[in-house]
Design a protein around this ligand. Structure first.
Ligand SMILES: [Zn+2]
Length: 648
């Protein structure tokens, strides 16, 4: 039943995606929703035992055909003991499999016992700390078909309903790697390097990680694909895919290096598979180049990026070669971006999954903004619409609920919207500095939400805890009701703020407001940090319209209405204006400009007064020494506003 359901889903999605091309996330979530609670099949005690060693290397040597999910072969594992006296080596492998033998380095047979999904190998001599162990685990069997993984099974076999190609493929996120190979399902223990060798019929190609070193002929019309990757990789990102493919190569040339990066696509051998998807397939190169500009050089540039097609509903960011059930512009961008956010830097826990999915989903917008700008606004609208469809926090509090981990609304779209708020608060330069530093500081490792929080605070020199509390840990999103009234040069603005989902979470934000004026539009920023916010402004000329957050930085529901009853003379604080340039040489202009004199009191940081001045358009502090000053500006109503000014 599930299999049929998926095939129907795929054909429906093709139609939907023709118009709305960024739904990869939803499909992970749709598949998950049909699953009950899922969790890692090892117990906590077993996980503790596995954490006593550190995986260094795996070499998967498997026999796989495109016509069946049956697997036989062996996995070599080199690991280092983290403790003194490690006498048992535990690994996870599904109960369906038979372990035939476990051999030590010299080919000596080791005793083991396999109970359900966990196998314990008894080591002849206990290991001391930092001592390595080198094992070959020989196993065979048919993987389970309980649809436990993100999309379908950990290991699947099916014909593409559209193109007819029969494919066998793996998809392990989040807890299904043990359904097809012996492993340790721990996010925190990256495998330092991995070789994948798959023997199969000569009519097949095999997709996997890193570089294809050799296609070795074998007897009986078989050959072995040998892939090697020297970048650390997480257990859930390991994959093999087997089928009849046509290889299609491109080369990306990011600005950061003089060299080029191989892009290797394995497209179904049916020629229509390329023809029907050519636009999206060929978008890979410019997307990889622009993301290299924004986030730092493609993290696996010494090897490759690639795609391998498989008949499931969605995409999966397997390291250096994403598996693609569907090609469209958005899903290609999403999986390419995951190579930075998810693969190079992996979420520290499944609670932090937004660090993978939020940044990958926001990258769908960023790629469009830079490469297909006329499609960016719609992407943003869709992202915000989807983000509002489920209540809850971006941060995942229950990681046994796989449907919640991969919630399309919260983990993808609200997280992408929250990432955009961070982009807004930091500005372009600092936001991309944070992205790049996150990639280098946590390269080939993991990061948590708290790691990102500390990094943002460190690089900005400010405290952005409020952002994480409100947008990542907090629930809901803001509703703003704005009313305004204008007469001559005077504008009154009233903004009522609530949380769409109730609760105690308040969103304190600076908001851009665009004033349409008879003398030309102007933008100002007002701090909305109360439930009711009142501002009166001297605008210099008649305001004819007000736009709230015109560049759509903020996930929100917003209304703006003119209210001729809004009291223009109501005593209102604080009034808002900015001075520029700041820092500057002492010649200051006001924005919005004014027709009436402001009164300006000038203090240094110790509170020493430098006098009180009046000014209308420009204000001269060029006689003061370099340093930081506090300006307290008062308008004709006696409303006062402090501003920090840096004299260069
Ligand atoms: Zn994703």
């Amino acid at each position: 039943m599930k299999k049929v359901g998926f095939i129907v889903l795929i054909s429906l999605c093709n139609l939907a995606w023709a118009q709305k091309p960024h739904y990869c996330a939803n499909h992970k979530q749709q598949a998950y929703t049909s699953n009950a609670l899922r969790k890692n099949n090892a117990s906590l005690g077993q996980m503790e035992l596995m954490e006593k060693y550190d995986v260094g290397f795996h070499h998967l040597s498997l026999n796989v055909e495109r016509t069946s999910t049956y697997i036989s072969g062996n996995v070599r594992t080199i690991a280092r003991s983290r403790v003194n006296g490690l006498d048992t080596f535990l690994f996870q492998l599904h109960a369906n499999f038979i372990v035939d033998s476990v051999l030590g380095l010299n080919g000596n047979k080791l005793n083991f016992s396999k109970i359900k999904d966990v196998t314990a190998v008894l080591l002849p001599t206990p290991l001391v700390q930092n001592e390595t162990i080198d094992l070959h685990i020989f196993y065979r069997g048919t993987p389970p078909s309980g649809a436990s993984a993100a999309i379908g099974n950990g290991f699947s076999n099916r014909a593409s309903p559209t193109f007819g190609n029969q494919i066998t493929w793996s998809l392990s996120e989040p807890y299904s790697a043990y359904e097809w190979w012996p492993c340790k399902q721990s996010l925190q223990d990256k495998i330092d390097s991995i070789f994948v060798s798959v023997t199969t019929d000569t009519s097949n190609k095999v997709g996997s990680h890193g570089l294809l070193k050799l296609v070795e002929p074998k007897p009986n019309a078989k050959h072995t694909y040998h892939w090697q990757s020297f970048y650390p990789i997480n257990y859930y990102l390991v994959m093999v895919t087997v089928g009849q493919y046509t290889e299609y190569k491109q080369y990306a040339k990011p600005k950061a290096i003089n060299d080029s990066i191989l892009i290797q696509h394995y497209i179904y051998s049916n020629p229509l598979a390329y023809t029907n998807n050519a636009t999206s397939i060929n978008a890979t190169k410019p997307q990889l180049e622009i993301l290299s500009d924004l986030f730092g050089l493609y993290p696996f540039h010494k090897e490759k990026y690639g795609h391998v097609m498989a008949p499931f509903s969605g995409g999966m960011e397997h390291q250096t070669m994403s598996s693609m059930g569907i090609f469209n512009y958005g899903i290609v961008a999403h999986e390419v971006a995951h190579q930075w956010f998810g693969d190079n830097v992996t979420c520290a826990t499944w609670s932090d999954i937004w660090l993978n999915e939020g940044f990958a989903s926001y990258s769908e917008y960023l790629v469009r903004y830079y490469l297909l700008p006329n499609t960016a606004a719609q992407e943003l609208t869709d992202m915000h619409t989807q983000a509002k469809t489920q209540q809850g926090s971006v941060y995942v509090t229950d990681t046994t609920d796989v449907a919640r981990i991969f919630s399309s609304a919260l983990t993808y779209n609200k997280a992408a919207s929250a990432t955009r708020v961070l982009h807004y608060l930091l500005g372009d330069s600092l936001f991309y500095t944070v992205c790049k530093t996150y990639q280098t500081r946590f390269a080939n490792g993991n990061a948590s939400t708290d790691d990102l929080r500390k990094l943002v605070n460190e690089l900005s020199g400010k405290n952005y805890d409020f952002y994480f509390n409100q947008w990542i840990y907090g629930t809901g999103f803001p509703i703003y009701k704005t009313t305004w009234n204008a007469q001559g040069a005077k504008l009154s603005l009233k903004v009522i703020r609530t949380n769409a989902h109730g609760g105690i979470n308040k969103f304190d934000l600076p908001i851009q407001i665009k004033l349409k004026r008879t003398t030309g539009d102007t933008m100002l920023v007002v701090n909305i940090n109360q439930d009711s916010n009142y501002f009166t402004l001297q605008t210099g000329s008649n305001v004819t319209a007000v736009e709230f957050d015109p560049n759509v930085w903020i996930l929100k529901t917003s209304s703006v209405n003119k209210d001729i009853n809004l009291n223009l003379s109501e005593p209102i604080t604080p009034f808002s204006l900015t001075v520029f340039p700041n820092p500057g040489n002492g010649i200051i202009r006001f924005e919005p400009s004014t027709t009436k004199n402001y009164s300006i009191e000038v203090y240094d940081l110790s509170g020493r007064s430098f006098g009180t001045f009046t000014a209308k358009e420009t204000f001269d502090l060029s006689h003061l020494q370099r340093g930081i000053y506090l300006l307290v500006i008062s308008n004709e109503n006696g409303e006062r506003m402090p501003l920090r000014y840096i004299k260069e």
